[in-house]
Design a protein around this ligand. Structure first.
Ligand code: PEP
Length: 230
């Protein structure tokens, strides 16, 4: 299983350091094959050398460096040895206005640099209510311009209506969607959307769920550990 924590715009440099300080000694208890990723805000990136977790960037601009006010490129990430990135999160697509074309450009750039990419896709409630065919059509459209044969890439299926809402997709919905997605892209497949201690057992038991991407429940070390060590 993969356990990925997306802090979004939460935590500071100091609180991230404290969080990781509490997390690290507990990870000795995790299953040796399980992988833990932490995506703190960009200001909290640092060179944390740990065999037990990987730090990734929530976002970056697809350049080495240059005149892109407010952005960071790979030169800034390299300072902290960051080689993992989240691309395509629905908050970046919907709130920050990233188009599929821009998302695909980022993917191609970071692929070229050999980054490990966690690539997010997900549908709105309106699409979900139209049924699985509409859902799959939408999800497949989010692979437009993406090299799905890239070896260093994980997919995170995150129904938008389940993110930060407390409303998790049902076991049936996750099963059906993950089974269909695996036929399209044969990569590790995470589920994201209100994963917490109360539902991790049933979600992680679903065939074709290879891990979880977690927002809210990742913000406290204890609640994230409830998932990793369940
Ligand atoms: C996310 O934004 O990736 C996410 C899954 O958030 P939450 O766990 O809070 O629903």
């Amino acid at each position: 299983m993969i356990y990925a924590a997306n802090f979004k715009t939460n935590h500071t440099r100091q609180s991230t350091r404290e969080y990781l300080g509490r997390l690290q000694p507990q990870l000795i208890k995790k299953h040796p094959n399980d992988k833990v990723y932490i995506f703190p805000p960009l200001t909290a990136l640092d060179d944390y050398t740990s065999a037990d977790f990987t730090i990734g960037a929530q976002n970056a601009y697809p350049v080495k460096n240059g005149a892109f006010t407010g952005e960071v490129g790979i030169e800034q990430l390299a300072e902290f040895n960051i080689k993992t990135i989240l691309i395509g999160h629905s908050e970046r697509r919907d709130i920050l206005g990233e188009s599929q074309e821009e998302v695909a450009k980022k993917f191609a750039f970071f692929k070229e640099q050999g980054f490990e990419i966690i690539y997010c896709i997900g549908e709105s409630l309106e699409i979900r209510e139209q049924g699985i065919e509409a859902v799959m059509e939408h999800l497949i459209s989010q692979f437009e311009g993406i090299d799905t044969t890239y070896e260093n890439f994980v997919v995170a299926y995150e129904p938008i209506w389940a993110i930060g809402t407390g409303r998790t997709a049902s076991v049936e919905e996750i099963t059906q969607t993950h089974n269909a997605l695996k036929k399209v892209v044969d990569k590790p497949l995470l589920y994201g959307g209100s994963v917490k201690g109360a539902n991790i057992a049933e979600i992680s038991a679903i065939e074709n769920v290879d891990g979880v991407l977690v927002g809210g429940a990742s913000l406290k070390t204890e609640t994230f550990l409830e998932l990793v060590l369940h």
